[in-house]
Design a protein around this ligand. Sequence first.
Ligand code: NAD
Length: 261
Amino acid sequence: MPDFKGKVVIVTGGAAGIGAASVRQFVKAGARVVIADLDRERGEELAGSLDQAIFQPTDVTSDKDVCALVKRATSEYGALDVIFNNAGSFGARGSILETSVQDFDATLALLVRSVFLGIKHAGQVMKEQGAGVILNTCSISANTPGYGPHIYQAAKAAVEQLTKTVALEFAEYGIRMNCISPGGVPTRLITSALGAPDEAAAGIGKAMAAMLPMGRTCTADDIAQAALFLCSDEASYITAQNLTVDGGEATGKKWSTQHLH
Ligand SMILES: NC(=O)c1ccc[n+]([C@@H]2O[C@H](COP(=O)([O-])OP(=O)(O)OC[C@H]3O[C@@H](n4cnc5c(N)ncnc54)[C@H](O)[C@@H]3O)[C@@H](O)[C@H]2O)c1
């Protein structure tokens, strides 16, 4: 496991799913973590269960909140080494013909403005420090039409491009930036889109697994482990990349003679 002893890490959307798994892994690796989320109850509960974590109530679409989040990390812990801009949900779903302008704007705010704000406010501190790592959650749907709702797919494609282009600006400041593209993880993002309760996640995961190359779904911990690697010193020459962690899901289907029929 990479060593994050003494490092200060922010994880947005850190109260649940991929974010919560990442918070646990960062703490296990020695980091001091600021959990940022809209969900105060879950965020405070998770922070309270860990030795080196605090919760900062944050709406990642709000400039004021993200600015306050970065200030909280530096005032509490004296520096900011890593920000994982991860919060999100599907946003607008259904036919493009029925998508309202308000839902379009809200989805882009949640998935793209949030990443812009995290990059901007954390980037300022990291530039002054001369070091830092930024990781953004993208998705296989950024490059695979049909894997998510329309606006979600467009937003994740924007996250990939924003990551790559800003990483080139930031390289000379000692800041690395990458994004990570999970395959389908049976979290609340998926259960809520299906209108199912949280407890349905395991059953939904089983159904998804049957269609996947490795016969199992991606887990939040699979993403957390890859996130830690990308944010660690072991990845010191990796920047402006999108790492897919999907067990081969988006690559295609294994060839078989059935394709000939
Ligand atoms: N689950 C998947 O299959 C999957 C696949 C690819 C990418 N992703 C991406 O992974 C990220 C995390 O998703 P997840 O699957 O862990 O979902 P999740 O629903 O389990 O967790 C998302 C967290 O984000 C928080 N959040 C939502 N809106 C927020 C806001 N405005 N401000 C602050 N916090 C907010 C929620 O409260 C929740 O704690 C998202 O960006 C999602 O698009 C997920």
